[in-house]
Design a binder for this molecule. Structure first.
Ligand code: SAM
Ligand code: SF4
Length: 429
């Protein structure tokens, strides 16, 4: 999402007559997009800003965008006085106005609308950086307020685009040559079509299917889905529309209902497992990935054991696991963060080791099968091509020098070996 936000910001600037350059040295205006999901990410921002200080003498203008900007607001001017613009993502619709103020020499411009805005950041001029995969934001913000999470405070309230504008953007991308589209949102499946005419409103599953049915689109991905709003209709859409990828990212966070309740996640372990059962009953094999947090306040050894047990029960194809990080403004900040960092680190290691072992075993199931990959790039050092399967797995493969595959095209590959996080194969010619 952050990458795509930057693409839209760059597009807006290009439309205003700016030109993009490759390095900070060449730039006159430097905008730094930031994330504050965990404290580590936030610390990096201030370290990087300190590095930028030396450029101020050269007359460059600096701006901080994104969640750290929204969270810290005008305090950023105190910590880094050489910054002239501080704007959160909910204010990006006003970027052109803010740029005018900067050009007029205003040295402290802010865009900190926070939860007030109803507008989505739509721009006709998105500077797409991925050569073959196009991102489309369908919903912004979040109203879920999980106890640990800063997003509802930094990205504003939940607001969806109209399905018409999403479909128009998807068609425009096909015209530009894109064959893979990724629909984005903090919770894509909480999408509520904002079309004025009730007869034209689409549910998330209907929108997904409609994007997948646009002629020219080969692959549609979507991330992230929230378990509470994950309906069976999404699995039915995957079954019915071949262009929808066989992959769902469904963050569980914890395997313990007691912890899920404390996290205010709005579902139980049993409800999460019910959604997994729907996916496992699908006509084609759906690869399932997740996020997990270890060391949430009050997580006991037995709660943690339940998370490990859930990993085994589901058999995820990837897990993104994090140590709980207390965040400003969030309800869990009031809970005692009694689990020390060493213990959080230990649980994280145990979880990752377990997942690695599970993946080492489960990725072997692909050996001997034929997968279609989208060719992404060439790895010269290894004399291999890098591809991605519908299951979102990296498949590194060899191809005859006489018939090199072209990045952005699709190729059939026979899987010959597996690692815990990737596959190896040979292109079928
Ligand atoms: N909306 C998605 C959902 O509800 O699953 C998640 C979006 S969040 C930007 C991405 C991931 O960051 C979460 O799934 C969670 O695992 C992790 N995360 C969020 N806040 C965190 C915190 N305070 N400490 C550690 N991890 C956190
Ligand atoms: Fe954060 Fe929860 Fe919203 Fe996801 S659903 S963005 S974890 S508050």
């Amino acid at each position: 999402m952050n990458v795509h936000d930057s693409e839209k910001v760059v597009g807006t600037l290009l439309q205003e007559g700016y030109r993009q350059v490759e390095t900070v040295e060449e730039a006159q205006l430097v905008l730094y997009n930031t994330c504050s999901i965990r404290d580590k990410a936030e610390q990096k921002v201030f370290n990087r800003l300190a590095d930028y200080k030396k450029y101020k003498k050269q007359g460059k203008t600096f701006g901080v965008l994104g969640c750290v900007a929204q969270q810290e607001g005008e305090k950023i001017f105190e910590r880094a006085p050489y910054v002239s613009l501080v704007a959160g993502s909910a204010s990006y619709t006003k970027l052109p106005e803010m740029l005018v103020q900067i050009e007029a020499g205003n040295s402290r411009v802010t865009g900190l609308d926070d939860r007030e805005t109803d507008a989505c950041f739509e721009t006709e001029f998105t500077a797409r950086t991925h050569p073959h995969r196009g991102y489309i934001t369908i919903i912004e913000g979040c109203d879920k307020f999980c106890a640990y999470c800063v997003v509802p405070y930094t990205r504003g309230k939940e607001r969806s685009r109209t399905s018409q504008s999403v479909l128009a953007e998807a068609r425009q991308m096909v015209d530009l040559g894109y064959t893979e589209i990724q629909l984005l949102g903090q919770n894509v499946n909480s999408y509520k079509d904002s079309a004025a005419d009730p007869g034209k409103k689409k549910s998330f599953a209907e929108l997904l299917a409609a994007v997948g049915e646009i002629p020219g689109i080969k692959r549609v991905r979507f991330t992230t889905s929230h378990p509470r709003d994950f309906g069976r209709d999404i699995v039915e859409a995957i079954d019915a529309v071949p262009a929808l990828c066989d992959h769902v990212h469904l963050p569980v966070q914890s395997g313990s209902t007691r912890v899920l309740d404390a996290m205010q996640r709005l579902y139980t372990r049993e409800q999460y497992m019910e959604r997994i059962a729907w996916m496992k009953a699908a006509k084609r094999e759906i690869s399932i990935t997740t996020d997990a947090i270890v060391g949430f306040p009050g997580e006991t050894e037995s709660d943690f054991a339940e998370t490990l047990d859930l990993l085994e029960e589901v058999g995820f194809d990837a897990v993104f696991a994090f140590k709980y990080s207390p965040r400003p403004n969030t309800p869990s900040l009031k809970l005692e963060d009694a689990i020390c960092d060493e213990e959080k680190a230990r649980r994280l290691d145990v979880l990752m080791a377990k997942q690695r072992e599970l993946q080492t075993r489960s990725y072997k199931r692909y050996i001997g099968t034929r997968c279609e990959v989208m060719v992404e790039a060439r790895n010269e050092a290894r004399a291999q091509w890098i591809g991605r399967t519908t299951h979102n797995k990296t498949l590194n493969f060899t191809a005859p020098d006489s018939a090199p595959p072209k990045p952005g095209t699709y190729a059939p590959v026979l899987v010959t070996a597996s690692f815990p996080n990737s596959l190896i194969g040979e292109m079928v010619v």
